[in-house]
Design a protein around this ligand. Structure first.
Ligand SMILES: [Zn+2]
Length: 80
């Protein structure tokens, strides 16, 4: 994933929560706790492609921009 600032990570998380139809980032993360795959978003600047990945994915391939920059919601929230 791209090296994002704290603010940029939060912006990506909010975009992802909206795209995955959760009311908030917190609600999305709660829904992630027992799921095998979780919402994920491309961390490339200017790309906000969303998909689902394994929980620990931090460099999955983006189907939109072709880079290996897709990170799961969990990685964005806790490990980035
Ligand atoms: Zn992308």
């Amino acid at each position: 994933m791209r090296d994002l600032s704290h603010d940029q990570r939060h912006r990506k998380l909010r975009t992802l929560a909206r795209a995955a139809e959760y009311a908030s980032v917190e609600e999305m993360l709660e829904a992630c706790t027992e799921a095998a795959t979780v919402p994920a978003i491309c961390t490339e600047f200017g790309c906000s492609h969303t998909t689902r990945t394994d929980r620990d994915a931090d460099s999955a391939r983006c189907e939109a921009c072709g880079r290996n920059t897709v990170a799961s919601a969990i990685v964005l929230a806790y490990f980035a």
